[in-house]
Write a protein that binds this ligand. Structure first.
Ligand code: SF4
Length: 404
């Protein structure tokens, strides 16, 4: 029986560029971390607001509804909806509502399962955030991105696979002159630029992409499908153990840097010519990705009890914070004779270290209140970090991640 490979839309830029990738990640657990979890909660908030038809200016009242208890089998109750997320989701809401206000006959669909299998030839697809259906004139696929890593809207393979799924789902209402509008809403991109970016495809263009995706899926299913390294390796689950990426990183380093430092001795940046700096910068992201992936793999193995010679796991530094802002605020309002909030907006209560300094002053301190507040300080969860064996920090122990 042929092995079922993972050809998800969100991963399409990877399996379409590296035929060996789907097989390389088979049986590897998806360890997508913090940023992905934040994205999941942001999408839950968007879904809540749209399903309940709630106005964007009331988003803060409904933020709690989006907090998920679990993501997969992991606890997610600590992932809070912050101001930035609310602002981002409001952008997506404004776009959707603005479209529906102009296109009165349009309908919408949320969190839609889009199965592109009939076009790709193998199981493939994903879940589209919002579909705006003004058919047969136009089908709009809105993809909200909560993260800061800039997502290109042109030739976005994830959206194109969704487009094939949409073509499959709404085939009866789609005509040869239907336009497919792919919209990315990403207000928090670190590259800046327009928060809403769109590309429009015709039916024929989508069909050309379908042929390309079908060829890539076929190539991925071939025995010994080759691995091909490139920018798409970022966040590939196999990156930490991928020989192809490792060899490519070393080849890039030795080729590109050969005339900068013949013996690969790292030179002082001050001594580099502008063209040398450009060469290093061009290869920097691939090398960084590879090193990050190797560190991730080392962490995973050590958490699993394996030894990496010369290294150990330590806990990351955790910052002190208040265990319950409301209780701390009440306490200071009740007992303090001075204002203990930041002077400038947002007028939040002073952080533990600033509070300690303020209430610990010889001249006008308040030691009794300080003593009460110190009991309300807690630490975030320490994350495992790879460190040399002779690092003076205590080894990281699973189950004791909370700093004291
Ligand atoms: S790390 Fe890159 S080369 Fe290796 S399997 Fe993943 S995508 Fe392919």
């Amino acid at each position: 029986m042929q092995q079922v490979l993972e050809l998800r839309a969100s991963n399409a830029h990877r399996w379409m560029a590296c035929p060996g990738q789907p097989r390389a990640v088979t049986d590897m657990v998806d360890t997508a971390g913090g940023a992905a979890d934040l994205g999941t909660v942001a999408h839950a908030l968007l879904e809540t607001m749209l399903r309940l038809d709630l106005p964007a200016d009331e988003i803060d009242r409904y933020a709690d509804k989006a907090i998920l208890k679990k993501i997969g089998n992991r606890d997610a109750s600590h992932i809070l909806v912050d101001d930035e997320m609310m602002k981002g989701v409001s952008h997506a809401l404004d776009y959707v509502r603005g479209y529906l206000a102009v296109h009165k006959k349009a309908k919408f669909d949320i969190e839609c399962t889009l199965d592109a299998t009939p076009f790709v030839g193998y199981t493939s697809g994903g879940t589209g955030d919002v579909m705006l259906l003004d058919l047969p004139r136009e089908l709009v696929l809105v993809d909200y991105k909560n993260g800061v890593q800039h997502v290109e809207h042109e030739d976005n393979k994830q959206l194109l696979i969704y487009g094939l799924g949409a073509l499959n789902k709404y085939s009866k209402e789609i005509k040869p002159d239907t336009k497919f509008r792919f919209t990315i809403v990403q207000p928090n991109s670190r590259k800046g630029g327009a928060p809403v970016r769109e590309s429009v495809y015709t039916y024929e263009q989508l069909m050309l992409f379908a042929a390309e995706a079908a060829d890539a899926a076929k190539a991925a299913h071939r025995k010994n499908a080759p691995r091909v390294a490139g920018d798409h390796c970022t966040f590939c689950r196999a990156a930490g153990s991928c020989k192809t990426l490792a060899e490519r990183a070393v080849a890039v380093a030795s080729l590109e840097f050969a005339d900068i430092g013949a013996d690969m001795t790292l030179r002082d940046p001050l001594s580099l010519r502008p063209q040398d700096i450009a060469k290093v910068m061009d290869s920097a992201s691939m090398l960084k990705n590879w090193i990050t992936a190797v560190e991730g793999e080392a962490t995973k193995r050590m958490l699993g009890g394996k030894k990496i010679p010369g290294y150990k796991l330590v806990g990351s530094i955790t910052h002190r914070k208040w265990d319950d802002i409301d209780k701390v605020t009440m306490l200071t309002k009740k007992l303090a004779t001075v204002d203990l909030f930041e002077e400038l907006a947002p007028r939040v209560i002073l952080s533990p270290s600033r509070m300690e300094k303020r209430l610990g002053r010889k001249r006008d301190g308040m030691p009794t209140l300080l003593g009460k507040l110190l009991k309300r300080i807690t630490h975030g969860t320490a994350q495992p970090r790879v460190a040399p064996e002779d690092d003076t920090r205590k080894p990281y122990v699973v189950g004791q991640e909370f700093g004291g």
